[in-house]
Design a binder for this molecule. Structure first.
Ligand code: NAI
Length: 401
């Protein structure tokens, strides 16, 4: 029976999905590393991790039975994706499951910061009574600049527009503007017209410190900055300076250049103690709904791969969506992407007296992936030949259910 090891307290929704597919589930609350990880991997066809378990080339090499890896989160940098692909192991994640959670938090923070609620709240807790309208604004009619108009950025735009905000966005790629959102021609152009600037770009070389002293100077005086993307995107010292000089009226920061690795570790930031600044511990996407959705999304992808050879959504692998079996048997083959590999496979199938009913091929970098529906079960000799041939990385047989 196929089995999955779910580490790091993955949501129960994942277990339910695997159980429905007849896949045995073993769960553990902690992340694993070293020999304990190797031992755990040896006995399972699938592993589900979050961000604290690292799967390097050595771990993957020591897991000959591992079919696929599920990252029950957004990021996949904790897995050596190239090493996994080279061994015929697709890696899946959940790119959209917490999009809404981040977008809602951003909108809430925009409202709170424009009203200067963090400092009024702090004062009220310590016996103060800052009953004044001065410096407090509605979101309605204000301009929000969304930097990075991808999954989260576009959601923020939809919600902001529903609040009556004017939406401009800046993205390096041409994007379909939702609702009445407008693309800004450049980052300075977007920053210069915004009452609220919110960042939704990935951590890349091009986004590293893209909000530095110069970019902050391009923001309107009294603007609000929200960063729930990655800590590397903002020059945090320059931000502190802009807040202290009151060039910016407030900020909400969820991600930091240096974040504690565990909840027991102390958190330190140069932004601590500043008024009208919301600091949150990288929880933009952390809601019960997002965890449930992530559990369902990643487990469904793993089940589709195990049962149908479907690699849709794999982050390191050719994408093939072959649908249901259209013959008695399905042969799932990973091979080196070299000339003649498919002809070689089809020749071996023909030699074994098998008729190909349907075939789906995709390649990506060095990896070729082909799903072939055939009219009957291949001989053991053919399966052995495929296993022995160094042109092929791995081959699985999936009977029609
Ligand atoms: P996405 O990939 O859908 O969108 C990113 C967008 O940024 C793309 O449209 C891309 O073209 C654009 N972009 C890339 N480089 C750019 C640049 N130099 N200038 C302007 N635009 C640029 O990503 P998604 O899902 O919307 O996530 C956005 C960010 O949010 C990521 O950094 C992700 O890690 C982070 N995130 C944070 C969470 C949290 O808990 N705070 C939770 C989920 C995601």
């Amino acid at each position: 029976m196929t089995s999955v090891l779910l580490l790091e307290n993955i949501h129960e929704s994942a277990s339910d999905e695997f159980s429905r597919a007849g896949i045995a589930v073993e769960r553990a609350a902690a992340a694993l590393a070293g020999p304990r990880l190797s031992d755990a991997l040896a006995g399972h066809a699938l592993i589900g991790i979050r961000s604290a378990t690292h799967l390097g080339e050595g771990d993957i090499e020591q897991a000959p039975h591992l079919l696929a890896i599920g990252c029950f989160c957004i990021g996949t940098s904790q897995v050596d994706l190239a090493a996994a692909a080279a061994r015929g192991i697709p890696v899946f994640n959940a790119p959209f499951s917490n999009t809404r959670s981040v977008a809602e938090l951003v909108i809430a923070e925009a409202v709170l910061l424009l009203r200067r609620i963090p400092e009024k709240n702090a004062l009220a807790h310590s016996g103060g009574w800052a009953k004044s309208a001065s410096g407090s604004f509605e979101t309605r009619g204000k301009t929000i600049a969304i930097v990075g108009y991808g999954n989260i950025g576009a959601q923020v735009g939809v919600l902001a527009e529903a609040m009556g905000m004017r939406v401009v966005f800046y993205d390096v790629q041409a994007k379909l503007a939702l609702g009445s959102a407008r693309a800004a021609p450049s980052l300075p152009d977007a920053l210069s017209q915004a009452d609220v600037v919110t960042l939704h770009v990935p951590a890349t070389a091009s986004t590293e410190r893209m909000i530095d002293a110069r970019a902050l100077a391009q923001c309107k005086r009294g603007a609000i900055l929200i960063n729930a993307s990655r800590g590397s995107v903002v020059d945090i010292d320059a931000l502190r300076d802009a807040l202290e000089r009151k060039h910016l009226a407030g900020a909400a920061i969820d991600v930091f250049p240096k974040e504690p690795k565990h909840t027991s570790e102390a958190f330190a930031s140069v932004l601590q103690g500043l008024p009208n600044v919301i600091l949150t511990p990288h929880i933009g996407g952390s809601t019960e709904e997002a965890q449930l959705n992530i559990g369902v999304e990643v487990s469904s992808k793993l089940v589709a791969y195990v049962t149908r050879g479907d690699t849709s959504g794999a982050v390191n692998f050719p994408q093939v969506s072959p649908g249901q079996h259209c013959a008695a048997m399905r042969l799932v083959n990973v091979h080196h992407n070299v000339p003649g590999a498919l002809a070689n496979l089809n020749g071996l199938l023909a030699h074994d007296g098998l008729n190909i009913v349907a075939q789906h091929l995709q390649t990506r970098n060095e990896v070729g992936y082909v799903v072939t529906d055939i009219d009957k079960r291949p001989s053991d000799a053919l399966m052995q030949a495929l296993a022995n041939d160094r042109a092929f990385v791995r081959t699985r047989l999936l009977p029609a259910t």
